[in-house]
Write a protein that binds this ligand. Structure first.
Ligand code: SAH
Ligand code: SF4
Length: 386
């Protein structure tokens, strides 16, 4: 934990409430910002300059954009703003993982996590306030759903994390080299805002990340998977978690709408054509006695045989009243071995940030639930409370 996480706030300007006709400059990708500048009777290249101020220099004050004329800065201040969420708290785990809670207009809170590794640093970004999809093992789903994040609130997490890491002496050497859309929410159910934010992550005038280093994780929103491929070139992770429909529907209720056969066909379309060989990362959360048995591993082998896939076995991260337990190391090893013997590439994810509840699926933020989800969870599903 940071000695005093709230100290982090001091360095960030907290912005006042918006005027209703004000555009947030963080809501535009390059194409959108160029169009916006045209509506202001300004040259589109001004948009590129603004993007560089925002994302290369981390500027959040229009007055500081000194390559723009004073008149243009005045015009922008009148018509637009740079709105970032407020930093509510920051925690630093013993293993170097950082987690922040950002407070949004309207009062909800979202969480963003940074995980440093030897040769890279991964930022886990949220796409929605809560999640409507209700996967039974996920703390975010348990919290219900409030609304989609705006583009500015998605890219703002990268902006704020970059700044906060640099400002804390304990993390100033940490760099964001990868972004995974694996925080709160289902990114493909917030498609337009997501794609604009992804464009900014990839854009040379934005964060300039390579497409291999930006990953969208989905529980399998099929029509949007096809659309994503057309819209932007990023990597895809699919939350599979079970090798058959009966079990998957228990864990990921969306499976009822888009069952495994259709999901795999969409995955095939994703890898199928295009100018580069794609593969898909399949995520599989290991739940003791539920989906971690040898027969599940053998079924998974059958399902993925010959497919350009990598499987990531994720230790289940418990949260109160989940009703699930993390699989034992022996079960994970046994499962992994079966995949490995059958030439399915599988990795075992290390749990990071356990001590600050920053691990996958533990992100909960403060969601003002509009779906009244919590009423459904008066009893744990399986076994004792965890
Ligand atoms: N909605 C998207 C992305 C956010 S969830 C999706 O479901 O893919 C990111 C990842 O965390 C998913 O693979 C999800 O299944 C996993 N996850 C959710 N709850 C978890 C938990 N309690 N322990 C471990 N992983 C979890
Ligand atoms: Fe939503 Fe993903 Fe959690 Fe499922 S696992 S409830 S899709 S955030």
């Amino acid at each position: 934990m940071c000695p005093n996480p709230l100290d982090l706030n001091k360095a960030i300007a907290i912005h006042p409430a918006p005027r209703s006709d004000t555009a947030n400059l963080l809501d535009f990708d390059r194409a959108g910002l160029r169009d916006y500048f045209e509506t202001l009777d300004e040259k589109p290249f001004r948009a590129d300059q603004v993007l560089k101020w925002l994302y290369h220099h981390g500027i959040s004050n229009i007055d500081d954009m000194t390559t723009l004329s004073v008149t243009l800065r005045e015009k922008l201040k009148e018509k637009a703003e740079i709105y970032l969420p407020e930093v509510e708290s920051g925690h630093l785990s013993e293993d170097g993982t950082s987690k922040w809670t950002f407070r949004l207009r309207g009062g909800n809170g979202i969480e963003t996590v940074f995980i440093p590794e030897t040769n890279r640093g991964t930022l886990c970004v949220s796409s929605q306030i809560g999640c409507a999809l209700d996967c039974s093992f996920c703390a975010t789903g348990r919290q219900g759903f409030n609304r989609n994040l705006t583009t500015g609130e998605i890219i703002g997490q990268v902006w704020l994390a970059t700044k906060l890491l640099a400002e804390n002496p304990a993390t100033q050497n940490h760099r964001i080299t990868n972004v995974v859309m694996m925080g709160m929410g289902e990114p493909l159910l917030n498609f337009k805002q997501l794609v604009r934010a992804l464009n900014l992550m990839l854009d040379d005038n934005g964060y300039g990340l390579s497409k291999r280093r930006v990953t969208v994780s989905t529980s399998g929103v099929l029509p949007a998977m096809d659309k994503l491929k057309e819209a932007v070139d990023v990597s895809l992770a699919v939350s599979l978690h079970a090798p058959n429909d009966e079990l998957r529907t228990q864990l990921v209720p969306l499976n009822e709408k888009y069952p495994i056969k259709e999901l795999m066909a969409a995955c095939q379309r994703w890898v199928g054509t295009g100018d580069r060989k794609r593969h898909i990362l399949f995520e599989y959360v290991m739940l003791e006695g539920v989906n971690d048995q040898p027969q599940h591993a053998r079924e998974l082998v059958k399902l993925l045989k010959g497919f350009p896939a990598k499987v990531n076995l994720i230790p289940f991260n418990p949260f109160p009243m989940s009703g699930y337990k993390r699989s034992s190391a022996t079960s994970v090893e046994r499962f992994w071995k079966i995949l490995n013997e059958n030439r399915i590439v599988a990795t075992r994810r290390k749990t990071r940030g356990d001590d600050i509840e920053a691990a996958c699926g533990q992100l909960a933020g403060q969601v003002n639930d509009r779906s009244k989800r919590e009423l459904k969870f008066v009893k744990p599903r399986f076994g004792e409370n965890l």
